[in-house]
Design a protein around this ligand. Structure first.
Ligand SMILES: Cc1cc2nc3c(=O)[nH]c(=O)nc-3n(C[C@H](O)[C@H](O)[C@H](O)COP(=O)(O)OP(=O)(O)OC[C@H]3O[C@@H](n4cnc5c(N)ncnc54)[C@H](O)[C@@H]3O)c2cc1C
Length: 803
């Protein structure tokens, strides 16, 4: 075994092998994989090997497509067969809601370049003669679905990596990883220590234990998963290979395995495996089978595929594999640790392993994953995702694997965990709550006396009329919303301004002022948008997205401030309320000694002031586009502030509004938001943030790329579309058509209650970005005509918030 390497990969499952291969493919030969036993000694060996391209996140779907395309390449290099069977696949719908879901999946596949086709149940029957047509309403046909040989795939990656210069050491467990002061690592194994510049934890079933070597508690949990293979069935003899199927109603997947069928199920009462610690002596073992657990699904499947009724079971596989709380992988560098990377929690290694390996190798070598992989970034979880939380969410996610997640649906596991001091008050007001990183926040307010419940749907829900009333209150009078769930940082010390100026593209605000601050990576892509508030020469209050707090911290660690400057995350130390609407000044003015007239406290002012007896930081901004104020206070003051504002607001008709109304209001203003309009695939000029990019500044990260984007105009443009919708609005990821061509995709959508129109924000190719007519947005499978609005639909000049 080499004693010094650039990268030591821990774990020789499909994921570790793929990371190793991609490192060598990019030219890094001095890399080592250490495997405790033999390759595929975790989940990989007993996988069903199914592969498919669909994923809830389009960026992950792209990487799944990449993975499938990769198999030919590694077969060619290694000479090892991956056992690829591209049988094609059917996703079968048995309910109208599922048909809607299929329509949306086909539409989304369009802009991803997938060849998905919506077919009738009769056509599905022709493609899969064993199904009972009467149980289905339609299906998607995906020609690139199929299955692979898990052992072959893992060995093909490994051999290809070895051919590329990598070393693989088997039968050698890593027992510790110790950081050196220079950021490199001593990887301690049973047979000696390797000095590595980078460590990759690809420990699969043991990734949690490997993480614990460095005090890291990764949010992953293994679940037991069962599939069985039937005896040979004479009906299959001599027939072309059956298509892979997912039967959503029965909650099963099924494919042909030699002359029999392989059927697996994600049962509702899933069982975690080794929830605390994975035993090191678990190897290529199976768990005792328990077909009773999946019996209800199998019984339904037997109605849908009668041949199953007479099929004997030849073999049952019950094996564990790991999941993150949302079912997507955990990939990337770990905040707080230098040169420590993870590639774990990969629940579909044979669909995602290639994409995970590519992204991680890019990230290690180039400092950037090369694609928008937020959906699988390990930094999407904070300390709130502890073991019990992970356990509850993974079980929920597993049980819902084949169930529809409606866009307005809030899930039930791990709820009510974090609440702010006004939670009970909002409940009394009949708030319908949503969960955001385990923090409860009000989505909308149901009428008194009615249940505070929103019906899950793809169409406009029972919230619609109530949200309309909340929006009206804000546009016409005054509304109050809790904004505690924003992320916040305090940056202070001599040199704070210079450091922030290097990280953000904007000109720094003067003391007492606020500015919108985009943050770019070296490639000039958007990795953050902040509200930068300056309290003193060297003291800033920085407001951003709470869900990205760990992501930001990791970035700040990579570009550390000079000595003497502190960067402190303080999201839960400042809770907030915002009052917005034309009457908001009249509500707030009597409570503060500061003159709030525009001449004295104009738009984008920021100051510490007492609101009644409550010390607060007050900014004159509002995401609603109205005159408005954001007030930040220590948690213990929030309840008093809420009461005080309501008291003062009574005469002005102040009413609560929630997150749904805020979204509708910002859509009418064409205001983008993080993770929707602003993501690392877009540039600031493409996203309409060019006016916050000060190229004349000395330097900032991403400056030369931003300058190039400005010069060449980028490739796409964020636009606002008014859609001729019926009873369903865009929600994100729908294709945007111009004429007969897909020219882009929706990033967010909803109903603008002030203008009474359905609105979609989205990116389109520059070639059509100047057009007004001729657009269409594909909603629920129908192309709905859309018109580009040249500016925001409400107050395009921004007079209201400035007035
Ligand atoms: C029953 C079943 C069916 C499945 N079906 C499918 C399917 O159809 N399609 C699909 O895409 N996926 C499927 N999967 C999931 C798939 O198996 C996993 O996504 C994949 O195997 C994860 O690979 P991995 O490399 O992350 O982890 P693992 O396969 O668990 O590999 C981790 C490796 O790391 C090694 N290791 C751990 N700790 C150390 C250490 N300290 N020192 C050295 N080595 C160490 C282990 O020995 C192991 O070999 C299925 C899983 C199961 C259980």
């Amino acid at each position: 075994m080499r004693n010094h390497v650039r990268v030591a990969v821990i774990g020789g499952g499909v994921v570790g092998a793929s990371v190793l291969y991609h490192l060598t493919k990019a030219g890094w030969k001095d890399v080592l994989l250490i495997e405790r036993a033999e390759l595929t000694s975790g989940s990989s060996w007993h996988a069903a090997g199914g592969m498919h391209t669909l994923n809830g996140d389009p960026n992950v779907a792209r990487l799944q497509q990449y993975t499938i395309d990769l198999y030919q390449e590694i077969e060619k290099i290694s000479g090892i067969s991956c056992g690829v069977h591209v049988s094609g696949g059917l996703l079968l719908a048995g309910t109208p809601e599922r048909v809607d879901w299929l329509r949306m999946a086909v539409a989304r596949g369009r802009y991803l370049g997938m060849q998905l086709e919506l077919i009738s149940a009769a056509e599905a029957k022709k493609m899969h003669p064993l199904l009972e047509e009467k149980h289905f309403l339609g299906a998607i046909h995906d020609p690139v679905e199929g299955h692979v040989d898990p052992y072959g795939v893992t060995h093909a990656y490994a051999k290809s990596a070895q051919i590329g210069g990598a070393e693989i050491v088997r039968q050698n467990r890593v027992v510790d990883t110790k950081p050196r002061p220079d950021g490199t690592w001593d990887v301690v194994t049973e047979h000696g220590t390797v000095h590595a510049e980078h460590v990759v934890n690809a420990g699969g079933l043991w990734a949690r234990e490997v993480g614990r070597f460095v005090g890291l508690e990764l949010p992953i949990l293994a679940m037991e998963h069962q599939y069985f293979i039937t005896e040979d069935l004479p009906e299959l003899k001599g027939q072309p290979e059956l298509k892979h199927v997912i039967d959503f109603e029965a909650e099963i997947y099924m494919r042909q395995e030699r002359q029999g069928l392989l059927l697996g199920s994600y049962e509702r009462a899933g069982v975690p495996w080794s929830p605390e610690t994975t035993p090191w002596d678990f190897g290529q073992d199976l768990l005792p089978d328990d077909l009773e657990r999946i019996a209800p699904s199998v019984a339904l499947a037997a109605e849908h595929f009668p041949i199953l009724g007479n099929a004997g079971v030849r073999k049952v596989v019950n094996g564990p594999f790991t999941f993150a709380p949302d079912g997507n992988p955990l990939v990337g560098p770990v905040q707080g640790l230098r040169n420590y990377w993870v590639a774990c929690g990969v629940m579909a290694g044979f669909c995602q392993g290639g994409g995970v390996g590519l992204s991680l190798a890019n990230w290690i070598i180039e400092g950037d994953p090369g694609a928008d992989i937020w959906a699988m970034d390990v930094a999407r979880y904070g300390g709130w995702a502890n073991r019990p939380y992970t356990n509850a969410k993974v079980r929920e996610n597993y049980s819902r694997r084949f169930r529809i997640r409606f866009p307005n649906e809030e899930l039930e596991a791990a709820r009510g965990l974090r609440t702010t001091p006004i939670y009970e008050k909002l409940r009394e007001e009949n708030a319908v709550f949503g969960d955001y990183c385990t923090l409860e926040h009000a989505l909308w307010f149901a009428p008194k006396g009615e249940p505070a419940v929103e019906h899950a749907t793809f169409r406009r829900s029972n919230a619609h009329a109530n949200v309309a009333a909340e929006c009206r209150a804000v546009r016409e009078g005054c509304g109050l919303i809790e904004i505690s769930n924003y992320g916040k940082f305090e940056v202070q010390g001599p040199g704070a301004a210079a450091w922030l100026s290097r990280l953000m593209t904007c000109k720094l605000p003067a003391v007492g002022r606020i500015v919108l601050a985009p943050m770019l990576n070296e490639r000039g892509r958007l990795i953050g948008d902040f509200t930068l508030c300056r309290l003193a020469e060297d003291r800033f209050f920085v407001v951003g997205t709470y869900a990205a707090e760990v992501f930001y911290r990791r970035w700040f660690e990579r570009h550390p401030p000079p000595p003497g400057v502190t960067v402190r995350p303080c999201a839960m130390e400042y809770l907030g309320l915002s009052v917005a609407g034309p009457a908001s000044r009249a509500v707030l003015q009597p409570l503060v000694s500061q003159d709030l007239a525009t001449a004295k406290f104009p738009f984008l002012s920021f100051a510490a002031m007492d609101v009644g007896m409550i010390p607060a930081l007050v900014g004159r901004v509002s995401f609603t586009g109205e005159l408005g104020y954001e007030l930040w206070v220590a948690p213990e003051y929030l309840r008093a502030l809420y009461d005080l504002l309501h008291e003062a607001g009574r005469a002005h008709g102040l009413r609560n509004f929630g997150g749904r109304a805020l979204n509708a209001l910002r859509l009418e203003k064409s205001f983008g938001t993080w993770a929707r309009e602003f993501r690392p695939i877009y540039g600031p000029y493409e996203g309409g943030l060019g006016r916050f990019v000060h190229l004349e500044k000395d330097n900032f990260i991403g400056k030369s790329a931003a300058a190039a984007e400005k010069a060449n105009g980028g490739v796409r443009t964020l636009v606002t579309l008014v859609v001729e919708a019926d009873d369903a609005d865009a929600m994100g990821d729908e294709p945007i058509w111009h004429g007969d061509k897909v020219v882009g995709w929706v990033t967010s959508g909803g109903y603008g209650h002030t203008v009474g129109r359905s609105i979609a924000l989205g990116y389109v190719e520059n070639a059509v970005a100047g057009e007004t007519a001729g657009f269409a947005v594909e909603l629920m499978g129908e192309r709905r005509p859309a018109t580009r609005s040249p500016g925001a639909l409400v107050d395009p000049q921004g007079q209201r918030m400035r007035g």
